[in-house]
Design a protein around this ligand. Structure first.
Ligand code: ADP
Ligand code: MG
Length: 308
Protein backbone atom coordinates (compact mmCIF):
# COMPACT_ATOMS: atom_id res chain seq x y z
CA UNK A 1 0.00 0.00 0.00
CA UNK A 2 1.22 3.44 -0.88
CA UNK A 3 1.88 5.71 2.10
CA UNK A 4 0.45 9.18 2.43
CA UNK A 5 1.83 11.33 -0.34
CA UNK A 6 4.02 14.17 0.86
CA UNK A 7 4.53 17.13 -1.37
CA UNK A 8 8.29 17.39 -1.03
CA UNK A 9 10.24 19.28 -3.64
CA UNK A 10 11.82 17.01 -6.23
CA UNK A 11 15.33 16.11 -5.12
CA UNK A 12 17.97 18.23 -6.82
CA UNK A 13 20.09 16.42 -9.34
CA UNK A 14 22.84 14.70 -7.38
CA UNK A 15 25.90 16.91 -7.40
CA UNK A 16 29.03 14.95 -8.27
CA UNK A 17 31.35 14.51 -5.30
CA UNK A 18 34.18 17.02 -5.00
CA UNK A 19 37.03 15.91 -7.24
CA UNK A 20 35.20 12.82 -8.46
CA UNK A 21 37.13 12.90 -11.75
CA UNK A 22 40.50 13.90 -10.29
CA UNK A 23 43.43 11.57 -9.76
CA UNK A 24 44.56 13.34 -6.58
CA UNK A 25 41.98 14.78 -4.23
CA UNK A 26 42.76 16.57 -0.98
CA UNK A 27 39.67 17.83 0.74
CA UNK A 28 40.07 19.95 3.84
CA UNK A 29 43.25 18.12 4.71
CA UNK A 30 44.65 18.68 8.19
CA UNK A 31 47.94 17.50 9.65
CA UNK A 32 48.82 18.46 13.17
CA UNK A 33 52.19 17.56 14.65
CA UNK A 34 52.22 17.14 18.41
CA UNK A 35 55.56 17.70 20.03
CA UNK A 36 56.09 17.73 23.83
CA UNK A 37 54.86 21.23 24.39
CA UNK A 38 53.60 22.63 21.11
CA UNK A 39 51.15 21.72 18.45
CA UNK A 40 52.10 22.58 14.87
CA UNK A 41 49.33 22.78 12.31
CA UNK A 42 51.31 21.93 9.18
CA UNK A 43 48.22 21.55 6.97
CA UNK A 44 45.19 23.60 7.90
CA UNK A 45 42.36 22.47 5.68
CA UNK A 46 44.13 22.14 2.37
CA UNK A 47 42.16 21.51 -0.84
CA UNK A 48 43.90 20.25 -3.94
CA UNK A 49 42.85 18.53 -7.16
CA UNK A 50 45.24 17.12 -9.72
CA UNK A 51 43.97 15.46 -12.86
CA UNK A 52 45.44 12.52 -14.71
CA UNK A 53 48.23 13.59 -17.04
CA UNK A 54 48.88 16.94 -15.37
CA UNK A 55 52.24 18.25 -14.24
CA UNK A 56 51.80 20.75 -11.43
CA UNK A 57 54.29 22.67 -9.33
CA UNK A 58 53.71 23.45 -5.67
CA UNK A 59 55.48 26.50 -4.29
CA UNK A 60 55.47 28.21 -0.92
CA UNK A 61 57.68 29.61 1.80
CA UNK A 62 59.72 27.29 3.96
CA UNK A 63 57.48 25.75 6.62
CA UNK A 64 54.28 26.27 4.64
CA UNK A 65 53.49 22.54 4.61
CA UNK A 66 54.72 21.41 1.19
CA UNK A 67 56.74 18.43 2.37
CA UNK A 68 54.00 17.42 4.77
CA UNK A 69 51.55 17.36 1.87
CA UNK A 70 53.87 15.23 -0.24
CA UNK A 71 54.51 12.83 2.64
CA UNK A 72 50.77 12.39 3.02
CA UNK A 73 50.31 11.80 -0.71
CA UNK A 74 53.22 9.36 -0.65
CA UNK A 75 51.45 7.27 1.98
CA UNK A 76 54.33 7.86 4.38
CA UNK A 77 52.54 10.17 6.77
CA UNK A 78 48.94 9.95 7.91
CA UNK A 79 46.77 13.06 7.94
CA UNK A 80 45.02 14.10 11.14
CA UNK A 81 41.70 14.87 9.46
CA UNK A 82 40.10 15.59 6.13
CA UNK A 83 40.12 13.48 3.03
CA UNK A 84 42.97 12.43 0.75
CA UNK A 85 42.43 10.12 -2.19
CA UNK A 86 44.91 9.11 -4.89
CA UNK A 87 43.83 6.93 -7.81
CA UNK A 88 40.88 5.70 -5.77
CA UNK A 89 42.91 4.90 -2.66
CA UNK A 90 41.62 6.53 0.51
CA UNK A 91 44.80 7.51 2.34
CA UNK A 92 43.07 7.75 5.70
CA UNK A 93 41.88 4.18 5.54
CA UNK A 94 44.82 2.17 4.21
CA UNK A 95 45.59 -1.05 6.02
CA UNK A 96 49.22 -1.94 6.57
CA UNK A 97 49.36 -4.22 3.53
CA UNK A 98 47.47 -1.76 1.33
CA UNK A 99 50.00 0.87 2.35
CA UNK A 100 52.87 -1.34 1.22
CA UNK A 101 51.18 -1.87 -2.14
CA UNK A 102 50.31 1.82 -2.41
CA UNK A 103 53.87 2.97 -1.80
CA UNK A 104 55.35 0.40 -4.14
CA UNK A 105 52.96 0.55 -7.08
CA UNK A 106 50.71 3.60 -6.94
CA UNK A 107 53.15 6.43 -6.19
CA UNK A 108 56.76 7.12 -7.03
CA UNK A 109 58.82 9.50 -4.94
CA UNK A 110 61.92 11.57 -5.68
CA UNK A 111 63.65 13.31 -2.77
CA UNK A 112 65.76 16.42 -2.70
CA UNK A 113 68.81 14.64 -1.28
CA UNK A 114 70.27 12.97 -4.35
CA UNK A 115 72.19 10.43 -2.28
CA UNK A 116 69.07 9.24 -0.46
CA UNK A 117 67.28 8.33 -3.69
CA UNK A 118 69.81 5.70 -4.72
CA UNK A 119 71.78 2.86 -3.14
CA UNK A 120 75.57 3.39 -2.91
CA UNK A 121 76.54 -0.12 -3.98
CA UNK A 122 74.03 -0.55 -6.82
CA UNK A 123 74.55 0.61 -10.38
CA UNK A 124 71.89 2.71 -12.08
CA UNK A 125 70.72 -0.35 -14.00
CA UNK A 126 70.43 -2.39 -10.81
CA UNK A 127 68.66 0.26 -8.79
CA UNK A 128 66.03 0.86 -11.49
CA UNK A 129 65.53 -2.89 -11.72
CA UNK A 130 65.04 -3.28 -7.96
CA UNK A 131 61.44 -2.09 -7.53
CA UNK A 132 60.32 -4.14 -10.53
CA UNK A 133 62.13 -7.17 -9.16
CA UNK A 134 60.38 -6.74 -5.80
CA UNK A 135 57.09 -6.49 -7.65
CA UNK A 136 57.87 -9.84 -9.29
CA UNK A 137 58.04 -8.67 -12.89
CA UNK A 138 59.78 -11.00 -15.37
CA UNK A 139 63.47 -10.41 -15.94
CA UNK A 140 63.27 -9.73 -19.71
CA UNK A 141 60.56 -7.15 -19.21
CA UNK A 142 62.56 -5.50 -16.40
CA UNK A 143 65.68 -5.29 -18.51
CA UNK A 144 63.79 -3.71 -21.38
CA UNK A 145 62.01 -1.17 -19.19
CA UNK A 146 65.20 -0.22 -17.35
CA UNK A 147 66.96 0.50 -20.64
CA UNK A 148 63.96 2.41 -21.96
CA UNK A 149 63.68 4.61 -18.86
CA UNK A 150 67.39 5.42 -18.63
CA UNK A 151 67.39 6.26 -22.33
CA UNK A 152 64.29 8.45 -22.10
CA UNK A 153 65.86 10.79 -19.53
CA UNK A 154 69.31 10.79 -21.10
CA UNK A 155 71.28 8.64 -18.65
CA UNK A 156 71.70 5.42 -20.63
CA UNK A 157 75.45 5.94 -20.33
CA UNK A 158 75.15 5.58 -16.54
CA UNK A 159 73.65 2.08 -16.59
CA UNK A 160 76.76 0.46 -15.12
CA UNK A 161 77.75 3.31 -12.81
CA UNK A 162 77.27 3.61 -9.07
CA UNK A 163 76.13 6.91 -7.53
CA UNK A 164 79.71 7.94 -6.72
CA UNK A 165 80.48 7.76 -10.43
CA UNK A 166 77.60 10.04 -11.47
CA UNK A 167 76.98 13.77 -11.26
CA UNK A 168 74.18 15.08 -9.04
CA UNK A 169 71.99 15.69 -12.07
CA UNK A 170 72.59 12.19 -13.39
CA UNK A 171 71.76 10.74 -9.98
CA UNK A 172 68.47 12.62 -9.87
CA UNK A 173 67.56 11.49 -13.37
CA UNK A 174 68.27 7.88 -12.37
CA UNK A 175 66.12 8.50 -9.26
CA UNK A 176 63.27 9.56 -11.55
CA UNK A 177 63.66 6.25 -13.42
CA UNK A 178 63.52 4.34 -10.12
CA UNK A 179 60.37 6.21 -9.14
CA UNK A 180 58.78 5.46 -12.52
CA UNK A 181 59.86 1.82 -12.72
CA UNK A 182 56.56 0.30 -11.60
CA UNK A 183 54.49 2.74 -13.65
CA UNK A 184 53.04 4.65 -10.72
CA UNK A 185 49.85 6.63 -11.16
CA UNK A 186 51.55 9.70 -9.68
CA UNK A 187 55.14 10.80 -9.43
CA UNK A 188 55.86 13.01 -6.42
CA UNK A 189 59.06 15.03 -6.25
CA UNK A 190 60.02 17.13 -3.22
CA UNK A 191 62.46 19.85 -4.33
CA UNK A 192 64.24 17.44 -6.69
CA UNK A 193 66.48 20.21 -7.99
CA UNK A 194 67.14 21.83 -4.61
CA UNK A 195 70.74 20.65 -4.32
CA UNK A 196 71.68 21.35 -7.93
CA UNK A 197 73.03 24.35 -9.81
CA UNK A 198 70.61 25.96 -12.22
CA UNK A 199 71.93 24.31 -15.36
CA UNK A 200 71.77 20.83 -13.85
CA UNK A 201 68.37 21.65 -12.39
CA UNK A 202 67.16 22.30 -15.93
CA UNK A 203 68.30 18.83 -17.02
CA UNK A 204 66.43 17.23 -14.15
CA UNK A 205 63.37 19.30 -14.87
CA UNK A 206 63.58 18.30 -18.55
CA UNK A 207 63.63 14.67 -17.42
CA UNK A 208 60.45 15.23 -15.39
CA UNK A 209 58.83 16.86 -18.37
CA UNK A 210 59.78 13.90 -20.54
CA UNK A 211 58.24 11.60 -17.94
CA UNK A 212 55.06 13.65 -18.13
CA UNK A 213 54.83 14.15 -21.89
CA UNK A 214 56.32 11.00 -23.31
CA UNK A 215 55.75 8.45 -20.57
CA UNK A 216 52.37 9.83 -19.49
CA UNK A 217 53.21 10.23 -15.80
CA UNK A 218 51.13 12.58 -13.68
CA UNK A 219 53.59 14.69 -11.69
CA UNK A 220 53.42 16.82 -8.55
CA UNK A 221 56.66 18.68 -7.98
CA UNK A 222 57.46 20.84 -4.96
CA UNK A 223 59.98 23.50 -5.86
CA UNK A 224 61.60 26.71 -4.71
CA UNK A 225 62.91 27.29 -8.16
CA UNK A 226 60.99 29.97 -10.06
CA UNK A 227 62.63 28.81 -13.29
CA UNK A 228 61.02 25.42 -12.75
CA UNK A 229 57.61 26.58 -11.58
CA UNK A 230 57.54 29.01 -14.53
CA UNK A 231 57.62 26.11 -16.95
CA UNK A 232 54.58 24.14 -15.89
CA UNK A 233 50.99 24.77 -16.88
CA UNK A 234 49.79 25.07 -13.28
CA UNK A 235 51.60 26.34 -10.21
CA UNK A 236 49.86 26.09 -6.86
CA UNK A 237 50.98 28.28 -3.98
CA UNK A 238 50.63 27.02 -0.42
CA UNK A 239 50.49 29.51 2.41
CA UNK A 240 50.09 28.51 6.05
CA UNK A 241 49.08 24.98 5.21
CA UNK A 242 46.43 25.88 2.65
CA UNK A 243 46.37 26.32 -1.09
CA UNK A 244 46.17 30.08 -1.55
CA UNK A 245 46.64 30.85 -5.21
CA UNK A 246 47.24 29.26 -8.56
CA UNK A 247 49.02 30.46 -11.67
CA UNK A 248 47.83 28.99 -14.95
CA UNK A 249 49.95 29.15 -18.08
CA UNK A 250 48.63 28.41 -21.53
CA UNK A 251 50.57 26.54 -24.17
CA UNK A 252 51.25 29.91 -25.77
CA UNK A 253 52.56 31.32 -22.48
CA UNK A 254 54.85 28.34 -22.08
CA UNK A 255 56.04 28.48 -25.67
CA UNK A 256 56.78 32.19 -25.27
CA UNK A 257 59.62 31.73 -22.86
CA UNK A 258 61.29 29.95 -20.02
CA UNK A 259 59.67 32.19 -17.40
CA UNK A 260 56.11 32.41 -18.58
CA UNK A 261 54.28 34.73 -16.23
CA UNK A 262 50.86 33.25 -16.68
CA UNK A 263 47.79 34.50 -14.92
CA UNK A 264 47.41 34.33 -11.16
CA UNK A 265 44.19 33.22 -9.50
CA UNK A 266 43.24 33.14 -5.86
CA UNK A 267 41.87 29.80 -4.75
CA UNK A 268 38.37 29.74 -3.31
CA UNK A 269 37.54 26.81 -1.09
CA UNK A 270 34.24 25.03 -1.17
CA UNK A 271 32.82 27.19 1.58
CA UNK A 272 33.65 30.27 -0.50
CA UNK A 273 36.70 31.40 1.48
CA UNK A 274 39.41 33.29 -0.38
CA UNK A 275 42.69 34.47 1.06
CA UNK A 276 43.37 38.13 0.34
CA UNK A 277 47.14 38.59 -0.05
CA UNK A 278 48.89 40.50 2.70
CA UNK A 279 49.99 43.29 0.31
CA UNK A 280 46.37 43.90 -0.64
CA UNK A 281 45.20 43.88 2.97
CA UNK A 282 47.89 46.31 4.02
CA UNK A 283 47.42 48.63 1.08
CA UNK A 284 43.76 49.23 1.96
CA UNK A 285 43.92 48.56 5.70
CA UNK A 286 41.59 45.60 5.36
CA UNK A 287 41.27 44.13 8.81
CA UNK A 288 38.90 41.79 10.56
CA UNK A 289 35.73 42.96 8.82
CA UNK A 290 35.33 44.00 5.22
CA UNK A 291 32.37 45.09 3.13
CA UNK A 292 31.47 42.84 0.21
CA UNK A 293 29.33 44.02 -2.67
CA UNK A 294 28.10 42.06 -5.62
CA UNK A 295 28.53 43.97 -8.86
CA UNK A 296 27.45 42.91 -12.34
CA UNK A 297 30.66 41.11 -13.15
CA UNK A 298 32.77 41.18 -10.01
CA UNK A 299 32.74 41.22 -6.24
CA UNK A 300 34.01 44.27 -4.44
CA UNK A 301 35.85 44.13 -1.13
CA UNK A 302 36.11 47.39 0.81
CA UNK A 303 37.58 48.15 4.17
CA UNK A 304 35.09 48.60 6.97
CA UNK A 305 35.68 52.28 7.73
CA UNK A 306 34.50 51.99 11.33
CA UNK A 307 37.01 49.31 12.16
CA UNK A 308 39.93 51.68 11.81
P1 ADP B 1 57.86 22.94 3.87
O1 ADP B 1 58.20 21.65 3.21
O2 ADP B 1 56.88 23.77 3.11
O3 ADP B 1 59.07 23.73 4.23
P2 ADP B 1 56.97 21.26 6.07
O4 ADP B 1 55.82 20.49 5.54
O5 ADP B 1 58.28 20.56 6.16
O6 ADP B 1 57.12 22.62 5.25
O7 ADP B 1 56.62 21.80 7.54
C1 ADP B 1 55.41 22.47 7.83
C2 ADP B 1 55.37 22.78 9.33
O8 ADP B 1 55.29 21.57 10.06
C3 ADP B 1 56.61 23.48 9.83
O9 ADP B 1 56.23 24.39 10.82
C4 ADP B 1 57.44 22.36 10.40
O10 ADP B 1 58.27 22.85 11.42
C5 ADP B 1 56.39 21.44 10.94
N1 ADP B 1 56.81 20.04 10.94
C6 ADP B 1 57.14 19.30 9.85
N2 ADP B 1 57.46 18.03 10.20
C7 ADP B 1 57.33 17.96 11.54
C8 ADP B 1 57.49 16.92 12.50
N3 ADP B 1 57.85 15.68 12.14
N4 ADP B 1 57.25 17.22 13.80
C9 ADP B 1 56.86 18.46 14.17
N5 ADP B 1 56.68 19.47 13.32
C10 ADP B 1 56.91 19.25 12.01
MG1 MG C 1 60.02 20.86 2.54
Amino acid sequence: MAGPSLSLPAPAAQEPAYGHDALVVCDNLVRIYQTESVEVQALQGLDLLVHEGEMVAIVGASGSGKSTLLQVLAGVDAPTAGRARVAGHDLLALTRSERVHYRRDVVGFVRQQTARNLVPYLTAGEVVDLPMSIAGRPRAERRQRTAQLLEAVGVAHCADRRPSEMSGGEQQRVAICVALANEPRVLLADEPTGELDSETAQEVFAALRTANRDLGATIVIVTHDAAVSGQVARTIAIRDGRTSSEVLRSHDDLAAGAHALGEEYAVMDRAGRVQVPREFREALALTRRVRLALEDDHVEIRSDGEAR
